[in-house]
Design a binder for this molecule. Sequence first.
Ligand SMILES: Nc1ncnc2c1ncn2[C@@H]1O[C@H](COP(=O)(O)OP(=O)(O)OP(=O)(O)O)[C@@H](O)[C@H]1O
Length: 309
Amino acid sequence: MPILEVKDLRKTFKSVVAVDSISFVVEAGEIFTIIGPNGAGKTTTLEMIEGLQSPDMGEIELMGMNWKKDSERIKQIIGVQPQTSALFDLLTVYESLDVFAGLYKRSRPIDEVLDIINLNEHRNKRVKVLSGGQKQRLAIGIALVNDPDILFFDEPTTGLDPQARRNIWDIVLKLKSLGKTTILTTHYMEEAEKLSDRVCIVDQGKIIALDTPQNLIQHLSNEREIHLSFPEMTKDAKELVDVVKEYPGVTKVKSEQNTLHFSTANPEQSLYHLFKYTTDNHIEVEQIGIKDVSLEDVFISYTGKEWRD
Ligand SMILES: Nc1ncnc2c1ncn2[C@@H]1O[C@H](COP(=O)(O)OP(=O)(O)OP(=O)(O)O)[C@@H](O)[C@H]1O
């Protein structure tokens, strides 16, 4: 059952079209990620759904309700992670959650929230002494105090180190196991790929692709990047550059130090020929690597632009 439906959403700021006819449906229980480069329109889209900005055009339905008629009821069923800069430095972790819990009719016990965000042992610490990752977890906790059905996290891991980022991923997955629906934005392709049930890639205010990470990757061409390194670059190994160039579907062949790199649209066939050649010619191979296709490649293929975190 769809828990959120967004239809033809549009928002402009003077001459800037921030969001340009965006439509999608999110099913209950999904982790739905909106990913895109800086200025793509992620935050504006999220804030319109959260009721913080009003669209110029389009419709938003949250569990069959809309902001014009049902704003008080919608506020009870959604959870929005505040910016960490909006936290109160002098309150403790527990007090911060307690203050926000007081704003709602429905609530989840604060001890349970502390368990979910893994901050139980820091419950009596003041916000100002928390690390960046702990502050983000507290901000997620604030989104949970009213036990909402739908959660919105805007770039919850930006600026965090890899471990702190993984801690946030664990929380998002825990929330999924509790039956919550999460809509998040991110700059990080790896995050979108690991966490999401479906990914919505946006660029310049428009959706350029929307599907499961697996489908997005599979629909891309079969092309793979392969590299082969040798203990030493013998004459035979050097000649491989010219040999590999002739294989069907092979492009971008180059050799760097002791490694041969190439792309191929026929990975199985190219590897078969390559191994036969190295065996027949007694060329010793040290290491072989095949780069997985990632969401980053999907972005590049749709937009023709490089992806930058
Ligand atoms: N209040 C505003 N006034 C004027 N322009 C705005 C405003 N908010 C957003 N924009 C512009 O709208 C476009 C989309 O911005 P938005 O913040 O939604 O992108 P984003 O994908 O969230 O980017 P980032 O990853 O940098 O946060 C950008 O060109 C931005 O400069």
